[in-house]
Design a protein around this ligand. Structure first.
Ligand SMILES: C=CC1=C(C)c2cc3[nH]c(cc4nc(cc5[nH]c(cc1n2)c(C)c5CCC(=O)O)C(CCC(=O)O)=C4C)c(C)c3C=C
Ligand SMILES: [Fe+2]
Ligand SMILES: [Fe+2]
Length: 339
């Protein structure tokens, strides 16, 4: 059996134009695990409302962060792929859940190289229906239809692995050196509260209140909210941060349903209003910088903080192609291959 790896990230439009952004958002938002309402209602919402206005607005945001080489998320993911490839002996392919670099193409690339056993690696520290689950479900559908003899195993969410927390904390520490901050905010991509209830395998644990995510439960294996709070707690502990000097919030909400709270933009606004002068912000739901970190946090977030009287706003980059992170990915992959 020849082994191979498929790293999978979210994806980006082909270019920051309204036409390409519309095509990308159309595929993304029609995913039943992203907007989880009945198909007809989803089509009406996405095609009838969101795609009429959002592509122009999102394209303008993408233009602000786009690099000469392309989308930051894709360029960074390719750098990681190349660096990991140098440290493992079998083929490492890269795919995106949405857009042109499809999972089918990634699997085909591996099969063409003689691979018969694949480690599918969703590049998300925390489990979510809209990220990890949609990747594994689609990969299995593609396998059944096009590559029935292929064996695929998925790498699970790694949010609480000690080696991951150490690498994340080290990277954050490096970027915080010499920076002035009185509060460190851990901002995670939000999801509608409904997603948390749907992923609750006990069907009774997740109340989305002050205690459920702190009370041990087998629901936590699939609870995005618990996993985000845990990353904050574990990194806070590793960095020796004092109680009250760090907290968790959720960004990027869309639509009118309740999403996980507290919301990042309102938290930054409140900090400024309360007289906080120096803050830092990390975004550990993403392993690579992207629209949501480079524009929503580093640009919009900073603007909100300054408007409210804040002075120093430090955005901590994601792990990106940090050498310790690449070494860790290579270690996990090599361990899988040995097992
Ligand atoms: C509408 C529902 C959305 C859910 C649920 C959602 C969950 C989710 N997303 C990420 C990671 C990323 N999302 C990104 C962009 C993005 N996300 C949504 C919507 C939902 N995401 C939209 C509409 C967009 C596009 C941009 C916009 O119009 O605002 C990105 C950035 C991609 C890039 O090209 O840089 C990432 C990464 C996670 C981790 C997550 C659930 C945990
Ligand atoms: Fe998103
Ligand atoms: Fe919970």
């Amino acid at each position: 059996m020849k082994k191979g790896i498929l790293l999978v990230n979210l994806g980006s439009p082909d270019s920051p134009t309204p036409k390409d952004v519309k095509k990308y958002l159309g595929e993304f938002l029609m995913d039943e695990r992203v907007i989880d309402i009945p198909t007809i209602a989803r089509a009406a919402l996405v095609k009838g409302i969101i795609l009429k206005t959002r592509p122009k607005q999102s394209a303008a945001a993408y233009k602000k962060i786009w690099w000469d080489e392309g989308s930051p998320l894709i360029v960074i993911s390719e750098r990681v792929q190349n660096k990991v490839q140098n440290q493992v002996e079998f083929p490492v392919a890269l795919a995106m859940r949405y857009g042109s670099m499809t999972i089918k193409k990634g699997l085909q690339e591996l099969v063409d190289k003689g691979v018969s056993e694949v480690l599918l690696f969703p590049l998300y520290p925390q489990f979510a229906m809209a990220t990890t689950e949609t990747i594994t479900v689609l990969a299995e559908d593609i396998r059944k239809e096009f590559f029935p003899n292929l064996k695929i195993e998925s790498f699970p969410a790694f949010y609480n692995r000690e080696d991951y927390i150490e690498v994340l904390a080290n990277s954050m520490k490096k970027h915080l050196e010499g920076k002035k901050f009185d509060h460190l905010l851990f901002s995670y991509h939000g999801v509608p509260e409904r997603h948390i209830r749907k992923s609750d395998i006990t069907k009774s644990h997740c109340k989305i209140d002050g205690s459920c995510c702190k009370t041990a439960s087998k629901a936590h294996e699939f609870c995005y909210r618990h996993q985000c709070f845990e990353v904050t707690r574990l990194v806070g502990e590793k960095l020796g941060l004092a109680e009250g000097t760090f907290s968790t919030s959720f960004q990027s909400r869309l639509g009118f349903d309740p999403w996980l709270q507290p919301y990042t933009d309102r938290t930054i606004e409140r900090f400024g209003k309360e007289g906080l002068k120096n803050m830092a912000i990390a975004t550990p739901a993403f392993v690579s910088d992207c629209l949501e970190t480079l524009e929503e946090i580093a640009m919009e977030g900073e603007e909100i903080f300054h408007e409210m009287g804040g002075e120093n706003f430090t955005t901590i980059p994601c792990l990106n192609d940090d050498q310790e992170w690449v070494d860790l990915l290579a270690k996990w992959i090599n361990n899988w291959a040995k097992a």
